[in-house]
Design a protein around this ligand. Structure first.
Ligand code: GUN
Length: 300
């Protein structure tokens, strides 16, 4: 079997188009422009690239982008004061603090200072609790993107066996909660799971989010299963020339694609969906804040 490739790049473009359309409508009908504030502390090069890309796409969707770049040695007090200001600003509907933060800042304290209604990352403890009890919340962007692709591919997910490989707060745990809410039978596998290959082999859906390059191979996959690869790992690629690298997922694409029914590539799978879902979450937060109807198909 050769798997259907789930084109995350095209899907993300479609989601951004839907967001832009809805933004145009609420601007015209309600005179409201959704706004996203992104806070970056320090100069981590990868974070700078992400923040630039988020800002660009926010503006392309017709929303306001507010970028706050702070020195690497910014005090916790100053960062919390900025968040208080953004929480109180009616032009700001979504707030994202780019992670990781420099070591002297308490990440939990900072994230939990964001107004949960503006927490477009869905990392605030209130949103975590709401999601895990099946209540309306802000949902973390990467798992939301995975869920959208799975719903699009399968229609109903009810009764399917799903294995999430990885137990992070950002992806693994919220992904498991979302799949459970869509009535999957969910297993979270991790580094201590016994016979992890056999566990994965029972799954109709495998979501790999461990951060280990090409760990999941084709012999872990049930024929016809759907494989969602969240990993983005840079590895050496001597075949491209000395010192060259390439991006790979947590799944060994070639062997998994031979067995799976459908698979997301890396790059061009889950990655583009994360930013598209951040924009969707900003629009959702704006609609909720103003008592407007929420965009259909763009929330969990
Ligand atoms: N750093 C890497 N991924 C993310 C994300 O999804 N949100 C935030 N805030 N920081 C990140």
């Amino acid at each position: 079997m050769t798997a259907t490739v789930i084109d995350g790049k095209a899907f993300a473009a479609k989601v951004r188009g839907q967001v832009a359309e809805h933004v145009t409508r609420i601007k015209e009908e309600n005179g409201i422009t959704p706004g996203l504030a992104v806070v970056l502390v320090g100069e981590d090069p990868a974070s700078q690239v992400y923040v630039r890309s988020k800002g660009k796409m926010t503006v392309e969707c017709g929303m306001n982008s507010f970028e706050h770049k702070l020195d690497v040695d910014t005090s916790e007090e100053d960062l919390l004061a900025l968040l208080d200001k953004l929480n109180a600003d009616p032009a700001v509907h979504g707030i994202l603090v780019q992670l990781p933060l420099p070591g002297h800042l308490n990440e939990d304290l900072v994230i939990n200072r964001i107004d949960p209604a503006k927490d477009v990352d869905g990392f605030h403890i209130s949103n975590v609790g709401l999601l895990s009890t099946g209540q309306k919340s802000m949902v973390p962007c990467t798992p939301l993107g995975c869920l959208m692709m799975l719903r699009d591919h399968h229609g109903s997910l009810s009764g399917l066996n799903a294995v999430v490989v990885g137990r992070s707060n950002i992806v693994g745990k919220p992904m498991a909660n979302l799949l459970l809410r869509d009535s999957c039978t969910v297993t979270i596998a991790h580094s201590r799971t016994k016979d992890i290959q056999e566990v994965c082999k029972q799954a109709d859906i495998v979501v790999a989010a461990v951060g280990r390059a090409e760990m999941v191979t084709g012999d872990w996959i049930k024929p016809g299963a759907t494989v969602i690869d969240v990993g983005i790992n840079r590895i050496d690629a001597p075949e491209k020339g000395e010192g060259k690298t390439r991006l790979v997922g947590d799944c060994d694409y070639a062997s998994c694609a031979e067995v799976a029914g459908a698979i997301t590539p890396v790059p061009g799978g889950v990655g583009p969906m994360t930013i598209a879902c951040l924009l969707a979450n900003t629009l959702t937060a704006c609609c909720r804040a103003n008592g407007l109807s929420e965009p259909e198909g763009l929330t969990a």
